[in-house]
Design a protein around this ligand. Sequence first.
Ligand code: FES
Ligand SMILES: [Fe+2]
Length: 369
Amino acid sequence: MKPMPTATHRYPNGWFPVACGDEVTPGRIFTGRLAGEDVVVYRTRRGRLRAVHPYCPHLGAHLGHGGRVEGETIVCPFHGFSFGPAGNCVRTPYGQPPPRASLTHVPVIEANGLVFAWHHESGSAPTWEPVTLPSEGFTKPTTFQITSSGHPHDLVENLIDVGHFGPVHNTKINLVSTEPEGPFVRVAVDLSGVEELGFFKERGLHRLGSLKDIRGQAEFTCSGVGIVSSLVSVPELGVQLAQVAALTPEDPGRMHLRLATSARIESRMGAALAPALSHLVRFITKRQVKQDYEIWANRRPIERPKIATGDGPIMLIRRWAQQFYESADADLGGTPERAGTRRAAAAPITPTGSNGRARHDAPAARNER
Ligand code: FES
Ligand SMILES: [Fe+2]
């Protein structure tokens, strides 16, 4: 894979997915990658999720290569030392555990079908948490993932780059508002015109009256540059869709995207239909992701782009994104702002209508698993 030339190889701070939840079943160890390092994620037999730096404090073996979970402990493949959920060595096969031998934990959160790990270039603890979507009554998330070249802020910029939806996705979106607040950006989208989605147009479905009558709303929330959560509501059909797209900078220029989709339908047949709807939405989004990836894999980030009228709030997002970089050498074309320091409780997203600030009048492969 061709690494993408970037203005910098510094990684942004924030939460990034390192696994899908169903890749870490009880008793399983999974090695994810984040910011140039492996992250070993495991779930104990009782279901406790842990993420640790991979190297054993005894003599440095990699726990993701031959390590195993035994009950509530993770066991190193080299000399068989066992480490408890708090990280400390609780047992060896031949003597007292070495004093102060402990694994280094990585802060981890599981939500909406994905496992997110915290990365901070200076090693600071998390100061905020990603927004989580409601899950009650929703189908189990169906996931998709793909690795390619790109830049860490490609995902959030893609959301508000209204000009690319026609040429790349054969569709359009009506961006209602974009509101940055601390480490979050809330983006409201008006879904009237959903029949214009390329998926429907190419099948002639865009002429269906029933599709044209659909009135829905979508609210997207960016939690840092790594996570875009969306909640789509079509009240007259009793349909809600929850989707999390998240992009992990694994190595310089190498990005891993994970997508988790779930649906809820409030009707007698809802429980039976929702999984099919969830899979359809996953299929459509996967297609869009591949279309974006063709561009991301081959483009060069322009630090001072020549923005056109109607482009969407690209520079607003770039200025906001600066807070996740340790220094101004991650030049995304914006003015550096002070790092975000607020703690925000994870809260469900409530779809809103036209709510105000920063309004816009312009109309959202490789190694995939
Ligand atoms: S290196 Fe892990 S037990 Fe020796
Ligand atoms: Fe796109």
